[in-house]
Design a protein around this ligand. Structure first.
Ligand SMILES: *Cc1c(COP(=O)(O)O)cnc(C)c1O
Length: 369
């Protein structure tokens, strides 16, 4: 896995990424309180804890009391197992044929997503002569992973298909939870309740971060927040109830005093007038500052807002500092108290998840807490 680079010293790095582990823990605690006993709040730490460093995030959550973790892939599960010997770890994407023993060896719980998965694992259970811990996923209309209604009907008719299993969790995933009024939320909820009648084993798990905040919704036994832990707003049409987790600051490389009109950056897309001042910053799309932010984003120097101008290049961007002093080495806030991950995402035409998981490997990373 792409380990975050913690060895780039602050004086050499072009940008500093600060990750507040206490804020992640506070977010987990507040979600855990929100769902209340006996519902359990798990933690989704796939994709290197949404780019923030699973090796730092997961042990903190474990210390805070999180017990159940979800990752996407076996490799992530193996890495997490080494960090957390006692945790319950589910592999959302399941595992490909031939990798079952990896799952068993590391005590990882595969999510079985199809009848084929069920048969393959059933055969293995018979061969080993033991009950295997598995999680079952039903597709309640997202059409991504999970048993189809037809497959679910087959399982209902042939319950001995599940004989070899100690079913831990029965789960499904919401497609539109971030749109509180979307009719599919209720339809999926009804489908999940119906599926649960056929598969009453283990604990029921349905809600991601946004699902936890849906009105008139059940949290069932286990919720699976990811983005909300990392400060992304799980209620996009309301103020963010979560604490902000990251701060990204880029260093000024050079300041230009413009004395004759000219352009800045690739494509000469942004015109400058005489008298303007431009600062070049050491941050670009190679660091996850998306090229689609060209000419769209804002940044802050202390309490002053500045515009990102011209095109984002691989290692650099330009900001208009006509109205504020700055010089080489100064830090400019790109994400932080004035600009949330969601603000940057909406300027880039994407979602906070993509901003977080795109964060680059060249930062000086600082973990708080
Ligand atoms: C990624 C994922 C989650 C977490 O979703 P968030 O929206 O980040 O809270 C939960 N369940 C499944 C199946 C997922 O793939």
């Amino acid at each position: 896995m792409n380990r975050p680079n913690t060895h780039i010293s602050e004086d050499r790095a072009g940008a500093v990424l600060t990750i507040d582990l206490n804020a992640i823990v506070d977010n987990w605690r507040s979600l855990n309180e929100r769902v209340g006993d006996p519902c359990e709040c798990a933690a989704v730490v796939k994709a290197d804890a949404y780019g923030l460093g699973m090796h730092r995030v997961a042990p903190k959550l474990w210390e805070a009391g999180a017990y159940t973790f979800f990752v996407a892939q076996i490799g992530e599960g193996i890495e997490l197992r080494e960090l957390l010997p006692g945790a319950e770890i589910h592999i959302l994407s399941g595992c490909f044929a031939g990798t079952e023993m990896d799952c068993l060896q590391y005590g990882l719980i595969p999510v079985l997503n199809s009848l084929e998965d069920i048969k393959r694992w059933g055969t293995l259970a018979k061969k080993l002569g033991q009950k295997l811990k598995v999680t079952l996923q039903v597709d309640t209309a997202m059409t991504r992973l999970g048993l189809s209604p037809k497959e679910l009907a087959t399982v209902a008719q042939e319950p001995d298909l599940l004989d070899g299993f100690d079913v831990q969790v029965v789960m499904s995933h919401l497609a539109c939870a971030d749109e509180a009024d979307h009719p599919q939320n209720k339809q999926q909820l009804d489908a999940f309740i119906a599926a649960r009648k056929i598969l009453p084993q283990g604990r029921a798990s349905f809600c991601n971060s946004a699902g936890i905040f849906l009105a008139n919704f059940s949290h069932f036994d286990l919720v699976r927040p990811g983005c909300a832990l990392y400060g992304v707003n799980p209620t996009p049409d309301k103020p963010n109830p979560m604490a902000q987790v990251i701060q990204l600051s880029a260093k000024v490389l050079q300041v230009h005093e413009i004395d004759t009109p000219r352009c800045v950056g690739y494509g000469a897309s942004h015109h400058l007038a005489a008298g303007q001042r431009v600062a070049t910053l050491a941050l670009g799309y190679a660091d996850g500052y998306l090229r689609s932010l060209s000419g769209k984003a804002k940044a802050w120097i202390n309490e002053t807002e500045v515009n990102v101008i011209g095109r984002v290049s691989m290692d650099m961007i330009a900001i208009d500092v006509s109205h504020i002093d700055c010089r080489q080495g100064d830090l400019v806030e790109m994400i932080g108290p004035h600009i949330s991950v969601d603000d940057i995402a909406s300027a880039a035409g994407t979602i906070g998840y993509e901003i977080l998981t795109s964060l680059g490997a060249r930062y000086h990373r600082v973990y708080k807490g």
